[in-house]
Design a protein around this ligand. Structure first.
Ligand SMILES: NC(=O)c1ccc[n+]([C@@H]2O[C@H](COP(=O)([O-])OP(=O)(O)OC[C@H]3O[C@@H](n4cnc5c(N)ncnc54)[C@H](OP(=O)(O)O)[C@@H]3O)[C@@H](O)[C@H]2O)c1
Length: 250
């Protein structure tokens, strides 16, 4: 990390976990680029990053578009000067029986969660290597990437690959001082997931599987990001940090 203010790009930061990450990083002294497919949704997080004392750069980014990724990275560097930390948070769920998933749905889920994350990381790697700066990349994966549950095939396969991406690129980029880790949340109480939890019996069933008998908060996931981005985690790379209330310990 430089003597200048540290900087971060958080993808999908308009709401939920991404917004919490951007705000906590700002509270730690980061300037933060926040992205959304619809930048008008970023007003609230920008105001909270600014209130926390950080500079906020709004970025329009559809992670499923390679040209968007290349342009967005240039805009972030132009706005903040450099990027120390990339948090690959943008993602979409799909709950559907495997036998019913269409090629279009597969492409959308894999293209957003996996391909988008890879090429965003590639741009970050290129930026850091060209600038000869150390840096840190964090993928927000999911316990669906560790264990198999029904009706989540495309999402789970993408999240599992995001965990392995952290291992592979941690090794490939270690010589450049780039650390790459994954955070693996279990269920997190965010507004966007309220729909599935509203299905009769689903919340109790999901809670019953968690030894701590509650879901994570977005702030708990953000705190783990802040740790992995910090100098305290300087020897941590290629790892998956699981925050699941004990779900996968059983
Ligand atoms: N909530 C959970 O229980 C849970 C558990 C494990 C892992 N996760 C993972 O954590 C991350 C955040 O989850 P969340 O619950 O906070 O979800 P969320 O509220 O739906 O937020 C997802 C974010 O991703 C962005 N996004 C969606 N499609 C995008 C695209 N094509 N390009 C760029 N950005 C895009 C959205 O941005 P705009 O709509 O503003 O464009 C939004 O800000 C996701 O990767 C999710 O898979 C969530």
């Amino acid at each position: 990390m430089s003597a200048q203010r540290p900087t971060a790009l958080v993808t999908g930061a308009s709401q939920g976990i991404g917004a919490a990450i951007a705000i906590q990083l700002a509270q730690l002294g980061y300037d933060v680029a926040v992205s959304s497919t619809r930048p008008e949704k970023l007003a609230d997080v920008i105001s909270q990053v600014t209130q926390a004392g950080g500079r906020a750069a709004p970025i329009a980014l559809d992670i499923s578009s390679h040209s968007d990724i290349v342009r967005a990275m240039k805009e972030v560097v132009a706005a903040l000067g450099h990027v120390d930390v990339l948090v690959n948070n943008a993602g979409i769920p799909l709950k559907k029986p495997a036998v019913d998933i269409t090629p279009e749905e597969w492409d959308r889920v894999i293209g957003t969660n996996l391909t988008g994350t890879f090429f965003m990381s590639q741009e970050m790697g290129r930026h850091l290597i060209a600038a000869r700066r150390p840096g840190c990349i964090i993928n927000i994966a999911s316990t669906h990437g560790l264990v198999g549950l029904p009706e989540r095939a495309a999402y789970s396969i993408a999240k599992g690959a995001m965990i392995h991406m952290a291992r592979v690129l941690a090794v490939e980029w270690a010589a450049h001082g780039i650390r790459f880790n994954a955070i693996v949340p279990g269920r997190v109480d965010t507004a966007s997931r309220a729909g599935s939890l509203a299905e009769p019996g689903y919340r109790d069933m999901a809670l019953n599987r968690v030894p701590l008998k509650r879901f994570a908060t977005a702030d708990e996931i953000a705190a783990a990001v802040c740790y992995l981005a910090s100098p305290q985690a300087s020897y941590v790379t290629g790892q998956a940090l699981v925050l699941d209330g004990g779900l996968t310990a059983q």
